[in-house]
Write a protein that binds this ligand. Sequence first.
Ligand code: PGA
Length: 261
Amino acid sequence: MEVVPLRSGSEVAALAADVVEAVVRSAASPVLGLATGSTPLPTYRELVRRHEAGVGPSYDGVRCFNLDEYVGLPAGHPESYRATIARELTDALGIPADRVHGPDPTPEGLPTAGSRYEDALVAAGGVDVQVLGIGTDGHLAFNEPGSSLGSLTRLKTLTDETRHDNARFFGSIDEVPRHVLTQGLATILRARHLLLLATGSAKADALGAAVEGPLTASCPASVLQLHPHVTVLCDPGAAEGLVRREHYRAVYDAKPAWQGL
Ligand code: PGA
């Protein structure tokens, strides 16, 4: 795992955008894994800014897979993750809706949604780079504490902590769905490069546990320790809980340029 403590959230966004753009430029048929939540928004805005300035890569042929989705929202609800990703990123990049995939939360589709999503990911050749955030409770995507480290895409129930955290996107906590479809931890581990973004001191404890704590289902994000290519980009607030943060920064500063991220 490569941990890169950065000086600000805008440095996180700029470097994350560099990583995503490098994949889009180099992969023959790029597949992006996209997360929602507040953390990736500055990165998405940076990608859109560069695209609109004419300095980004071509997004022709790019396919996207969303990490998760609420269950129980009316179709087209602005807080559904399908609508959020379209609004915040893919529409502005000119990626057509039929190239942006998400698990199917409809009542009729729900029983088979997990296996169909797994099949779609395999058929696409897997995810080249997966953008990730981390929950204050250590969740990864919507894999809450206790999630199997070997889990695949399936229905999950949110913790009260996550529903409380996400109430800011809704009118009240009562409007936050209880159920979600989420890629499993083993699904996430199949992506070729995992890019975890963490900003703000509210994430410090969870990030410290994920990076430096034991591998445990009690901190689902600790499963990242099993993956051969993980990049963690964090700002000073999120890095507060990392005992070895100065070492990580020294490693990054001394890194040969040819290694990239
Ligand atoms: P946030 O959520 O980016 O809105 O903090 C992260 C997450 O829940 O994974």
